[in-house]
Ligand binder design. Structure first.
Ligand code: COA
Length: 374
């Protein structure tokens, strides 16, 4: 590969952003200038969603209005709900949620309007409705009755309620809220860049988020939290973890939930999520995954100097909360909608068509032969 080809856009700065900053050298991630660790301890997810979308933390009145709008939009049309009920039970929930957002575009009165105000209204509608689609499929594929959202519940409480028909303890809801805060935004990752690329042709927010969901599904990106759980289930017992990970490394396997394109000395979101994962494991009185977690992590750091990324602790946390493994990445979606939307609006506000170049390495110029001569 010649030096002028930057495969994977490695190290290339393609635009400016005011949404978040990743500083791998000092292990820091900030949203609009605020450290994520602080946001996790001092704010709930709705406050952080407002921050990511609007650029500032809300005051009481702004939060009240934002929460009111999010709750008022918690409804899906009976047509979309009926489509979700009919979707194949074996379909991957990421394909269902991608399709659901695409269907929302057909019904939204402002789909074509890319003005800043319309984009913000659409972002909030997608943000409110997407968890309903995910929870509906969570129940429908098990043959269970779909549960309607409740407007007197917080964003996280309502998601638990729509999935399980009940709300867990405050500590559990806080752990879920923290995971959503940590998943909300992460600069020019592949799904966000996909959303910005789609937007750059002046396409609409529903299309950009649909494309971003497709991108997030991959195991090298959001899909890693599901793969982490598959790995832990394969390991089965803490006593087997050491041997398992050493063998996997000998086989040169890629270990899911480890490594990062930007963070090479550790992911700044991990310590916070790890703390809440351990809290959830204590509440559930189930320390098996915690032990496997520590053994695999220690071997990866000692032998490869490769650190866990945020998907490593979120996988087992969601499992302990009772979510099916293939719903872990859709949970990531309900949070990242905020980051994607902020980037889509930023792209619209200072747009330049994204169109990189490629170096041609195919056949040299040749003549077209007629069909009967080939
Ligand atoms: C995230 C990821 C794609 C970053 O990739 P990248 O920046 O292109 O880095 P590379 O894949 O080139 O990795 C550099 C080296 O570390 C190794 N490496 C990186 N992540 C690894 C992992 N999870 N397990 C084992 N080895 C890994 C690579 O094999 C490579 O080794 P080499 O130089 O001997 O070939 C990669 O770390 C990965 O595949 N991780 C697992 C998936 C995952 O957890 N994704 C979620 C990210 S938030």
């Amino acid at each position: 590969m010649s030096d002028d080809v930057k495969k994977g856009l490695l190290g290339i700065v393609v635009d400016e952003t005011t949404v978040s900053q990743v500083m791998p050298d000092i292990n820091s991630l900030t949203y609009r200038g605020y450290a994520v660790q602080d946001l996790c301890e001092k704010c709930n997810f709705e406050e952080v969603a407002y921050l990511v979308l609007n650029g500032e933390l809300p005051n009481k009145k702004q939060l009240k209005n934002f929460v009111k709008e999010e709750r008022l939009n918690r409804k899906l049309s009976k047509e979309i709900l009926s489509d979700i009920r009919k979707m194949p039970r074996k379909a991957h929930p990421m394909d269902v949620v991608r399709t659901a957002v695409s269907l929302m575009a057909l019904e939204d009165k402002e789909t074509k309007d890319n003005s800043p105000k319309a984009n913000m209204r659409k972002a909030i509608r997608i943000f409110s409705k997407t968890p309903i689609a995910i929870a509906a499929f969570f129940r429908a594929r098990k043959g269970k009755k779909i549960i309607s959202p409740k407007r007197n519940l917080s964003f996280s409480e309502n998601f638990f309620y729509m999935c399980f028909g009940k709300i867990p303890t405050k500590e559990m809801v806080k752990a879920f809220d923290v995971s959503l805060i940590l998943y909300a935004e992460h600069s020019f990752n592949v799904s966000t860049f996909t959303a910005r690329t789609i937007t750059s042709s002046l396409s609409d927010i529903h299309g950009a988020i649909t494309g971003a969901i497709a991108s997030l599904k991959g195991p090298l990106h959001g899909g890693a939290n599901e793969e982490v759980m598959h790995m832990m289930n394969k390991i089965k017992k803490p006593e087997k973890a050491f041997k398992w990970i050493n063998k996997a490394l000998q086989n040169k396997d890629v270990i899911m939930g480890f490594g990062h394109r930007v963070y090479k000395k550790g992911d700044s979101r991990v310590p916070t999520m790890e703390k809440y994962f351990k809290k959830v494991a204590s509440i559930k009185k189930d320390k098996k995954f915690m032990k496997i977690y520590d053994i695999v992590k220690n071997v990866m750091i000692e032998k490869k100097n490769i650190h866990p990324n945020v998907d490593y602790p979120t996988g087992p946390t969601y499992h302990l909360m009772g979510f099916d493994t293939d719903f872990f990445t859709p949970i990531f979606v309900i949070s990242r909608i905020t980051g994607w939307s902020a980037h889509i609006m930023e792209q619209h506000s200072a747009n330049k068509l994204i169109r990189p170049l490629s170096k041609y390495s195919g056949a040299s110029h040749r003549k077209v032969m007629l069909l009967n001569q080939r």
